[in-house]
Design a protein around this ligand. Structure first.
Ligand code: PLP
Length: 360
């Protein structure tokens, strides 16, 4: 085994016990003589996985039977389109709160299909913070309000979910899904691409309130209707069964850690190790996000020069740490510290950062 310390932004690190179990069961799932990839998605084995995974998400988010949990394809980007297709009727508009690249993309996609207002944007700060209450301009008749709870590229996160009135609330939680306790009932629709925090690429988890589902537009293609997937329990067409199987194992792992409160405590400790390093470096490391908006999942910062940033990434790699280069659109350094990344990896990174700053 030559495991690295994996700070990738997505696809990202998975819990080692999950990978060990996948390996163990890969050739013969429960002694059936074939892998999960090779059996029908209508088999009772797969149906059990599908059911367990959706129950687990419902439990972790505190959702009742009035919510459906779906496993769909097309990634979070597919949801950018499916949400307005279903919930943005002609003659109405939706409100988008934008604090980074993903929210920007979600709003642009909705604007391709209908009227999508930018109800707030922190673009003028280069997405260094969440919008302040006074900057948010909501339409009392909006079909829905869309937020991104954590912006993966800029490293900006809502520390508490804002109070935005009584319009239906839709959230892209791709990069902080199940990283902390969240009152799921405040949302009408939550979606998250699995490859950041809960599994491999290829599946997006959606939790949707039944009453919201019933308001969906008619006349859209069958495959793009939430109701199609809800009615068929995510088995309308062939699901990404291997990905859902791994997601189910990750969800069991989360519950075994003690649930979201315990997960959050560890995530806080991990992020603090690295943010403390920035704050105590006398300006050598400059965090991108303002302190009140710092992400606990994606920690973004700059060094005094691009040459030093390249050197930082190179030396870190030599010491076994990978995935630290910032997103190609913003540069700098980004350490993604999703649920599966252990505290010890963050400690190693923090120690490396101190030594690097001293040597430079
Ligand atoms: C990664 C990411 C996306 C895009 O996910 P895909 O599955 O690649 O479509 C959307 N939103 C957020 C917040 C993300 O982190």
């Amino acid at each position: 085994m030559t495991a690295v310390l994996n700070f990738n932004a997505g696809p990202a690190m998975l819990p080692p016990p999950v990978l060990a179990q996948v390996k163990e069961e890969l050739l013969s799932y429960r002694g059936l003589g074939m892998s999960i990839m090779e059996m029908s998605h209508r088999s009772k084995e797969y149906e059990e996985i599908n059911q367990q995974a959706s129950n687990s998400i419902r439990r972790l988010l505190g959702l009742g039977e009035d919510y459906q949990v779906l496993f769909l394809q097309g990634g979070a980007s597919g949801q950018f389109a499916m949400i307005p297709m279903n919930f943005l009727p002609a003659g109405q508009s939706a409100d988008y709160l934008v604090m980074g690249t993903w929210g920007e993309k979600a709003q642009e996609e909705a604007a391709n299909l209908g009227k999508a207002n930018i109800a707030a944007s922190t673009r003028s700060t280069n997405y260094s913070r969440v919008p302040e209450a006074g900057e948010i301009c909501l339409d009392p008749k909006a079909a829905y309000i869309h937020i991104t709870t954590n912006e993966t590229i800029h490293g900006v996160q809502w520390h508490t979910i804002p109070q935005l009135g009584d319009r239906p609330l839709v959230a892209d939680m791709s990069s902080d899904f199940l990283s902390r306790p969240v009152d799921g009932k405040r949302f009408d629709l939550i979606y998250a691409g699995a490859q950041k925090n809960i599994g491999p690429a290829g599946v997006v988890a959606v939790a949707i309130r039944q009453a919201f589902l019933e308001k969906a537009n008619k006349g859209i293609p069958t495959i793009f209707r939430y109701s199609t997937h809800a009615k068929n329990n995510s088995l309308y067409n062939t699901p990404p069964s291997l990905a859902v199987y791994v997601v189910n194992l990750v969800l069991q792992w989360i519950e075994k850690q003690g649930g979201l409160k315990a997960i959050e405590e560890t995530n806080q400790k991990k992020a603090s190790l690295i943010y403390d390093c920035l704050d105590l470096s006398s300006g050598f490391y400059k965090g991108h996000a303002e302190p009140g908006s710092r992400s606990q999942m994606n920690i973004t910062f700059r060094l005094p020069s691009e040459d030093l940033e390249k050197e930082f990434v190179k030396q870190a790699q030599k010491e076994g740490m990978v995935g630290l280069a910032g997103h190609r659109s913003v540069g700098g350094i980004r350490a993604s510290t999703y649920n599966a990344v252990p505290l010890s990896a963050c400690q190693t990174l923090a120690d490396f950062m101190k030594t690097f700053a001293k040597r430079a």
